[in-house]
Write a protein that binds this ligand. Structure first.
Ligand SMILES: C[S@@+](CC[C@H](N)C(=O)[O-])C[C@H]1O[C@@H](n2cnc3c(N)ncnc32)[C@H](O)[C@@H]1O
Length: 216
């Protein structure tokens, strides 16, 4: 999966994405935002915000920035902002592998169904660590490979197909954070079928406020 093919695939999905993926993941997105434990005045980043299905859950006294690679997905999000007059939210077309934000720009970051859809998850995690403040919360809502050997084997087999569809089904949580200054505080299974995971992490980067090489 490269950025160009991700853009093409999600441009195609953008017209009907909400019809399929709104209701089925509605509660999980709400739970994910609530896990961020947001307080008034905080700055939040939503990585791979897509059509903005998480946006209604953010408190209006926070400042929210959503980024996505795919302009067609973002256009749906912009329509949503206009409809609801969400003045506390801004959306930008931006690659999460090389964000334009300075270090320590955000108090918390949410990535819903994104980390398995990016071309290089390690670069995205490095950027999340960089732009999030030390001690800030990072919440991932995603499917991660689980211990079930039958399911894992099936996922491995269909992996080339799912990549063409814009996501990986075989991402392992243990390797995702390997070598990164991230501590997992909580992991819980989510509907449907407990196939999805909500993972709350704390950014434990070094005191100098960066602790990660910028990956370009
Ligand atoms: C499955 S969708 C999830 C959208 C939304 N978070 C939700 O809950 O419905 C994955 C999104 O990640 C975006 N994406 C993939 N790679 C990206 C990257 N490198 N930078 C920013 N967004 C990216 C895609 O364009 C797509 O909108």
């Amino acid at each position: 999966m490269d950025a160009k093919s991700i853009d093409q695939v999600y441009s195609f999905y953008s017209g009907f994405y909400d019809v399929i993926w709104n209701k089925v993941f509605h509660e999980s997105r709400e739970e994910g935002v609530s896990l961020l434990g947001l307080r008034g005045g905080e700055r939040i980043l939503d990585v791979g915000v897509g059509t903005g299905l998480s946006l209604l859950f953010y408190p209006h006294n926070c400042k929210v920035v959503g980024i996505d690679l795919c302009d067609a997905m973002l256009q749906k999000g912009r329509d949503r902002l206009a409809r609801h007059r969400y003045a506390h939210i801004e959306l930008y077309e931006m690659d999460a592998m090389k964000m334009d934000f300075p270090d320590n720009s955000f108090d918390a970051i949410f990535a819903a169904y994104t980390i398995s859809a990016v071309p290089d998850h390690s670069k995205v995690i490095n950027e999340m660590i960089r732009v999030c403040k030390k001690g800030g919360k990072l919440v991932f809502l995603n499917h991660f490979k689980n211990g079930n050997r039958l399911i894992s084997t099936c996922e491995k087999i269909i992996s080339p197909l799912t990549k063409k569809m814009g996501f990986r089904a075989d991402l392992e949580l243990s390797t995702l954070f390997s070598g990164k200054p991230i501590m997992i505080e909580k992991r819980q299974s989510m509907k449907p079928f407990n196939y999805w995971d909500l993972v709350l992490c704390v950014n434990q980067k070094s005191e100098n406020g960066n602790g990660q090489q910028r990956c370009r």
